[in-house]
Ligand binder design. Sequence first.
Ligand SMILES: [Zn+2]
Length: 438
Amino acid sequence: MSRKSGRVKRIISRLFKERQIYHRSDGVVHFISMSTKTQIALAAVLGSFLLWVAYASVNVVFKEQIIVAKERDARVMETAYTKQLQKQMRAYDDVASLNVIMEQQFDATMAEISSRHQTLKNMVERKFAIDQTIDTLAKGLSEAGAPNGAKPSNGNRIMIDVAPAETTPRQSRLSILRKEAIEEAAKGSTQVPSGSPAAAAIDNMESAAADLYVEQMLLLASLEERATKEIDTLKMVMDSTGVSADEIVPPAKITNLVLAQGGPYIDVSNVSDASTAFFRHANRAGILIDELTTMQEAITRLPLSSPLMVSRRYTSGYGVRRDPITGRAANHFGIDFAAAWASPVTTTAAGVVKFAGTKNGWGRVVEVDHGNGFMTRYAHLNRITVSAGQKLALHDKVGELGSSGRSTGPHVHYEVLFKGKPKNPRRFIEAGRYVFES
Ligand SMILES: [Zn+2]
């Protein structure tokens, strides 16, 4: 007896397992939970109603026969009722199986939407982190001001200038994306008899999913567009230093990075069809964001600032000049800034102290390795405040301005080296100033 009732309980709980009904309004998905109890109650109401309909129908249709031949008609009635019940059971099964189809369809749609959402979320978050790093760098560089010590006056020139007009108007791009989205949604749709409530429900769901898909695609397209624009801007900054972007970040490095990461944004196992437009665009956007990350890392290691944050005077340029001590023409592989004695001399980019000590001619000198082949040199210091191996951020103090070594007065001799070869530091400072001043 208890075994039997246990079985009944199991069947009931399986038939009436908790269900959620979803509906979407104003772009928000809501759901109503239907508990086992509620479903049993609804089933009971429906069941009684059906029984009553069956009984009433049988009574009306077979009334006369019931009166004339009660015995025979009782059987007829019984048969009719059984038939009616069986028919109802089949109808119920149809509806139940339709529910399963709809549930599966809904789950699949939701899984795709949430997988795409996750992909987008990852990309937007990484893009945001890149933007923040560049913003911080821009602020730091703008604090250093122009090479002559004046605070920059103009707005973010290059950043504004590179913003191109949209090549495809938003409206036509939107309709192309929408067409793609609807075609793809239709490919995965379940075959349900048209005109049925289930078909209408699935249609509604697919149309809502397609709308969402279009929005997701637009977000992706804008990510691609912005990443491309920012990569171009960063390349332009690099090129303007006199060392080309391709030398600073070899294209092979980016290719390797992309290959190594293999599209870290997309979990292929969650993508039902890897050939979807979303997948293609997401892959492309992912590659662009990887490239942008590499460029951003490289730019934060470029010595784009001035070695003095305080009021200073640019006293000697890069290249051939008359040597201040011998009076003969000689190559000057750096630039000189004069400022108040013991002014803090600061790093022009993040890096690691490679050398801190005395060198012939340079007096007390600090050399900082910035990676990617870049090194800076700060000479004639009065005092050194760092030691070899120390990690430094942008604008960290390396020492005090002085006149040690071959020097005729208090100044800092500043050099930028790329792969051991001297470069004109002024071009780096200008590049930093023109792009990031705000
Ligand atoms: Zn010098």
